[in-house]
Design a protein around this ligand. Sequence first.
Ligand SMILES: [Zn+2]
Length: 347
Amino acid sequence: MTNSLTLRRPDDWHLHLRDGEMLAAVAAYSGHFGRAIIMPNLVPPVVTGAQAAAYRDRILAALPPEVTLRPLMTIYLTETTDPADLIAAHRDGIISAVKLYPAGATTNSASGVRDFDKVRPVLEAMAEAGIPLCTHGEVTDPAVDIFDREAVFIDKVLDPIRRATPGLRVVMEHITTSDGVDYVSANQNIGATITTHHLVINRNHILVGGIKPHYYCLPVAKRESHRLALRRAATSGDQRFFLGTDSAPHPDRAKESACGCAGCFTAPNTMSILAQVFEEDGALDRLEGFTSLNGPAFYGLPANEDMIRLVKRDTPATYPTHIPAGDETVTVFDPGFPLYWHVEDPA
Ligand SMILES: [Zn+2]
């Protein structure tokens, strides 16, 4: 039985760090990661290269000196994005990707795209410059059931975009369905991030025995067969699938409300949870690919040089159940089982 594992330092290819007091409270909790793709859905959103550079500087200022996390910035695609600004920001090393939110899909996505024809010139320029497009893969048509929004997005938005701009490299972010797994598996020039929590919970965790707001996120967790498809994809060794935690802190007050916010805060305990998930599926030897190798390969970056060590002990690792954030608290994702894998960092 394997009781310890040394891996290249993992990266998080989808992370929300927020801003201000919340940024200061949560940033250090991503300290196990070497790099993270930082989501631009602030209020107001990060829509220019200059704003991305300023946000990167705020993140770096919020990180304690012992945390070496390198933020990889993104720009929020709108119908008025200037292709020249975006290309320059990429050329100057300010941004690593561009994020597409269908208007209204999730937290702070009101500025997202309604008419995809309007962004076609930007997508063409991105394809030419080799800038990946990260997509929030849900349609927002009120007529489409929330549990079907990812599958409909593939047919109505994603596949048409990829056909119209075949050179564009696309990441389907936080896939939650077997439809997402199947689409990515059948295509090239596409990758997919999978979150920690979608490997652990299905929709029963949110809805059975009383509503559990801390398990509510978008895209919402689906039925068990979809969770199992995600587990198979994550543990398959297929390079197109890699970790993006989508760790998304909200104040507890905003989660535990009549209209609770979407997002799970998984940054602190993600590596312990993933070690357990991969062990259960007999795939510990593929954990490093999922957390540390496949993502850099997709983004055309080297893997991190340094290592972390995971050690399985008889007593569970302890993580806080809540962390303070200014006058608020943020609940850390509870996987519902004890975490025997401890992270030793540095290895
Ligand atoms: Zn997200």
